[in-house]
Ligand binder design. Structure first.
Ligand SMILES: *[C@@H]1O[C@H](CO)[C@@H](O)[C@H](O)[C@H]1NC(C)=O
Ligand SMILES: *[C@@H]1O[C@H](CO)[C@@H](O)[C@H](O)[C@H]1NC(C)=O
Ligand SMILES: *[C@@H]1O[C@H](CO)[C@@H](O)[C@H](O)[C@H]1NC(C)=O
Ligand SMILES: *[C@@H]1O[C@H](CO)[C@@H](O)[C@H](O)[C@H]1NC(C)=O
Ligand SMILES: *[C@@H]1O[C@H](CO)[C@@H](O)[C@H](O)[C@H]1NC(C)=O
Ligand SMILES: *[C@@H]1O[C@H](CO)[C@@H](O)[C@H](O)[C@H]1NC(C)=O
Ligand SMILES: *[C@@H]1O[C@H](CO)[C@@H](O)[C@H](O)[C@H]1NC(C)=O
Ligand SMILES: *[C@@H]1O[C@H](CO)[C@@H](O)[C@H](O)[C@H]1NC(C)=O
Ligand SMILES: *[C@@H]1O[C@H](CO)[C@@H](O)[C@H](O)[C@H]1NC(C)=O
Ligand SMILES: *[C@@H]1O[C@H](CO)[C@@H](O)[C@H](O)[C@H]1NC(C)=O
Ligand SMILES: *[C@@H]1O[C@H](CO)[C@@H](O)[C@H](O)[C@H]1NC(C)=O
Ligand SMILES: *[C@@H]1O[C@H](CO)[C@@H](O)[C@H](O)[C@H]1NC(C)=O
Length: 778
């Protein structure tokens, strides 16, 4: 589980009711006396209304829903021990700050009145002070003494050694809320579940991401017995709950929130729903079942009268949705995306409060009627990749004044028809009109009025021409895909404000000129695609700032200059580097050897010098990747939106997916992960390449001379890997070396410069897909 490495943060928040560590003598400091001004009125400070002692300090960094105008400004530095003077502090919240890996100050344990402490996501590290217990240690015994504990959150704490965790929990007779999200909890076989002696007011159970293998059902059963009041919220994302939802769930008359995404739920949807029928039907507000293998058609859900959010993303539902089956008056969020649903648009005219609608990646084929626009609260309309038909006119969209996210991409039978003067009533943050054959003057011109504080724009696979200076009107782009158009002109040098950009794809256009200096501001960018344009000149050295890059594709341009040596210094995350078909010169910098590049294509440049000996390291790594299946070929993979900052879960999932990025590409399997062909490389093949065991990974054609090392593994490469190296000799080439004195074979000097004669390892069909996690949250 890489998750822990990804989030080197200690998340711990405890509601320490009844747990009073011994502290120093209570001082008499009051806010007024100490500071000669009324600090009780400061933001985040609350004083006792008679004594004026500071009782509450809330310094958490507000993560605002709408972060357009508020930049993330965490507290930094040391926590002063003068905090200890606030002996009457009951409540301390320092969450969402950045204390730069500092240890949690010991003295926090001396605040004897403290009842609430939140140090979540504050970048503390090191051990947890003894006073607070040894949270990450082998035992949770200490917890079991906290009889009045009501709220316990061990999320992101590695409890893999705490085999008695459930034993300890079973003694918390006041517990109301339990969060153990990503805690590596050890499995408990059903036979070892502790006996339940007392019934407790447990309402919230959050065990997401623990990957229980066998005991999930028994564990839920145990917890539901444990709770006297009945569970209201069950969150079990990313566990391996086998097959179904037990029928007693239908009797959980307090349940409002059930989240079973990414479990192993299979079978027909109506059977699952049948097991939820009963009192639960009336109470359930959030039903979240994404990422399972639920099949069958949509059952009638109208009896789930409280349902506010229904998420069935990424299942295998099929058939069409019968009229009235989604008659849900309180529905706010509906996600049916990535299923096989067919037929007309579901009738949603009854769901007047619906704000977010995700139907993308299905086969809906009806017309988009006016009902889609009749809902004033609609903020998200995401219906791309369907077979919707008809004409979208102004009247359909004219009521959607709150619309922020709009995706109409890839609906081949849908037409847009607007008068050129129409001013849409909405101001979008995300707009996707991929694959529309849009001409330059299409309805939503990119005026700042429509894209007021835009974050994401996908206009790929259209026929849009002209320049992209319109991008400069906005500051907070996060995802930009303008690939496969006929855009031209130079890229404007206005990227200084795009510090949040996570995806930039301008590939397959007619851009020319230099890559602008302001690309140096793209410090957050992992994915950069600029291939198949006419960029020229040298890469700006400012790009050495873009240290988050995981994939760079600059192939098929006219870039010149030395191949960037700086990539070796800081680009520790770089996995894919494509510079093919340019005019880079210089030699392959030895500093690249320190990187974990998995796909390196330098073919058809003017690179000279020798191949660094470390090349074998790459190849070994790639081979391992091939072997354990982390390279997957997918013809239709296309990048999705990179992330939705508003939805933190989605962000984390995507972050994780980035890390596990699967590289996908079109074409046959004779891939060249390391392509040095058609350069001016000289010298001989490093003998270290003998460690290779996989053919098809390396292409050295039209470069080298010298004898191919007689190492059996190298012989398994196809002859074409060595082609056009007139000086190369020995097996597997049909040409013996002079010193071998066998037959003399005339080797043809292949001079073909045809671009695609190489096996086209990365061309327009090369995509990096960030995995399923991408669409989480939509
Ligand atoms: C949790 O800690 C154990 C050692 O105590 C370690 O083996 C395991 O890899 C850790 N788990 C995670 C997910 O980091
Ligand atoms: C003062 O505090 C007490 C207890 O905390 C509370 O009940 C009371 O309403 C408060 N009075 C005022 C005027 O805020
Ligand atoms: C946490 O602190 C370390 C050390 O100062 C720093 O490198 C890192 O960027 C910080 N992380 C976050 C998320 O603020
Ligand atoms: C925490 O662990 C340390 C060392 O393992 C031990 O000395 C200490 O007593 C423990 N503290 C508590 C509160 O369990
Ligand atoms: C329940 O009671 C039994 C017998 O009184 C005792 O042995 C056991 O430890 C108790 N279990 C819990 C979880 O308190
Ligand atoms: C939960 O309670 C039911 C009914 O009382 C009982 O049959 C079952 O064994 C209990 N399960 C667990 C895991 O405690
Ligand atoms: C979950 O499903 C996957 C795919 O069907 C399967 O490989 C895996 O073994 C299942 N896990 C469990 C615990 O049933
Ligand atoms: C419905 O509940 C029954 C009894 O608990 C269980 O055996 C069955 O597998 C459940 N079906 C589904 C589809 O969840
Ligand atoms: C649900 O509750 C009813 C009434 O108490 C009971 O008859 C029925 O057996 C329960 N169903 C399940 C599956 O526990
Ligand atoms: C939608 O597809 C179904 C077959 O899947 C077909 O019967 C129906 O006529 C189609 N509807 C429209 C409006 O094209
Ligand atoms: C590189 O990054 C640093 C720190 O973020 C910034 O101050 C500097 O201006 C950047 N340089 C360029 C050329 O963008
Ligand atoms: C290959 O090219 C070299 C240099 O261009 C030339 O000297 C040689 O005669 C050529 N050999 C053949 C077989 O064409």
């Amino acid at each position: 589980m890489k998750f822990f490495q990804l989030i080197p943060l200690l998340l711990m928040s405890l509601f320490l009711l009844g747990h009073s560590p011994k502290g120093g003598s209570a001082s008499k400091i009051r806010c007024l006396e100490k500071h000669k001004r009324d600090c009780c009125k400061w933001k985040g400070v609350q004083c006792h209304n008679r004594t004026n002692h500071v009782i509450l300090l809330d310094l958490h960094n507000p993560i605002d829903d709408d972060i357009d105008d508020i930049s993330y400004a965490p507290l930094k530095g040391m926590i002063s021990a003068s905090l200890l003077e606030l002996q009457h502090l009951k409540y301390l919240d320092l969450s969402y700050n950045d204390f730069g890996h500092a240890p949690i100050p010991d003295f926090i344990g001396s605040l004897s009145e403290l009842r609430y402490l939140n140090l979540a996501i504050a970048n503390f590290s090191g051990p947890i002070p003894d006073h607070l217990g040894n949270l990450s240690s082998k035992s949770l015994d200490w917890v079991s003494h906290l009889h009045s504990l009501e709220y316990l959150d061990f999320s992101f704490t590695n409890l893999s050694k705490a085999t008695n965790w459930l034993q300890a929990i079973s003694k918390l007779t006041s517990i109301k809320e339990l969060h153990m999200y990503v805690s590596a909890l050890p499995n408990i076989p059903p036979s070892s579940l502790p006996s339940i002696n007392a019934s407790v007011p447990l309402a919230t159970l959050d065990l997401r991401w623990n990957l229980f293998e066998v005991s999930t059902l028994a564990l839920i059963r145990w917890f539901s017995n444990f709770s006297s009041t009945g569970l209201t919220s069950i969150d079990l994302d990313y566990n391996s709950m086998p097959s179904g939802i037990p029928a007693y769930f239908g009797n959980m008359s307090s349940l409002t929130d059930l989240d079973l995404c990414w479990n192993n739920l299979t079978g027909e949807y109506f059977r699952l729903i049948r097991n939820l029928s009963g009192p639960t039907e009336k109470t359930l507000q959030f039903l979240t079942l994404c990422g399972n293998s639920i099949s069958g058609s949509m059952p009638n859900l109208s009896s789930f009268s409280s349902l506010e959010s229904l998420n069935l993303w990424a299942n295998q539902l099929n058939g069409s949705i019968q009229e009235g089956y989604l008659k849900l008056a309180h529905l706010i969020y509906l996600d049916l995306s990535s299923n096989n649903l067919r037929g007309p648009l579901p009738d949603l005219s009854f769901s007047l409060s619906l704000e977010e609608l995700f139907l993308q990646n299905n086969s809906f084929n009806g017309t988009l009627d006016d009902s889609i626009g009749c809902l004033h609260k609609r903020e998200t309309l995401w219906i791309g990749s369907n077979l919707f038909a008809g004409i979208i006119t102004e009247s359909i969209l004219s009521n959607l004044s709150r619309l922020q996210k709009l995706d109409f991409s890839l609906n081949p039978f849908l037409t847009l028809k607007f008068s050129p003067e129409w001013v849409p009533p909405f101001q979008l943050k995300y707009l996707s009109l991929r694959h529309w054959k849009l001409e330059p003057n299409f309805p939503f011109d990119f005026s700042p009025a429509v894209l007021r504080v835009p974050k994401g724009l996908d206009l790929s696979r259209n026929k849009i021409s002209g320049s992209i200076t319109f991008l400069c009107h906005a500051r907070h782009w996060e995802s930009l895909d303008l690939s496969n158009n006929v855009l031209s002109d130079q890229i404007p040098d206005c990227f200084t404000h795009f510090e949040r950009l996570k995806y930039l794809n301008l590939a397959n256009n007619n851009f020319f000129g230099k890559i602008p200096h302001s690309f140096g501001s793209l410090g957050a960018l992992p994915l950069l695609h600029l291939c198949n344009n006419s960029f020229s000149g040298e890469l700006p050295t400012s790009m050495r700032n873009c240290t988050n890059l995981k994939m760079i594709d600059l192939g098929e341009n006219r870039l010149t200059g030395y191949i960037p040596t700086w990539i070796g210094d800081k680009f520790s995350q770089l996995k894919v580097l494509v510079l093919r078909f340019n005019e880079f010169n210089g030699s392959i910098p030895p500093s690249w050897c320190g990187q974990n590049i998995q796909i390196l294509d330098l073919s058809c440049n003017k690179i000279s010098g020798v191949i660094p000996d470390c090349v074998h390291k790459y190849v070994a790594m790639i081979a391992a990747g091939v072997e354990n299946g982390s390279f997957i070929i997918d013809q239709d993979a296309s990048p999705y939106w990179v992330y939705d900052p508003i939805d933190q879960d989605a962000f984390q999932n995507q972050f994780k997916s980035l890390e596990n990025a699967y590289f996908m590409w079109k074409g046959n399997r004779s891939l060249n992960f390391l392509n040095f062909s058609r350069n001016h490389l000289s010298g001989s093949i490093p003998t270290s390449l003998g460690e290779l065991t996989y053919p098809g990974i390396l292409n050295l054609s039209y470069n080298l001379c010298g004898k191919i090392p007689t190492i059996t593994q190298l012989l398994t490469f196809n002859e074409s890997s060595y082609m056009g190296n007139p000086g190369l000799c020995g097996l597997p080439l049909n040409k013996s070396c002079p010193e071998d004195e066998s037959h003399q074979d005339l080797n043809n000097n292949a001079t073909s410069s045809e671009k695609n004669e190489d096996d086209g390892f990365i061309n327009e069909g090369f995509y990096i897909s960030l995995g399923l996690g991408f669409i989480v949250g939509f």
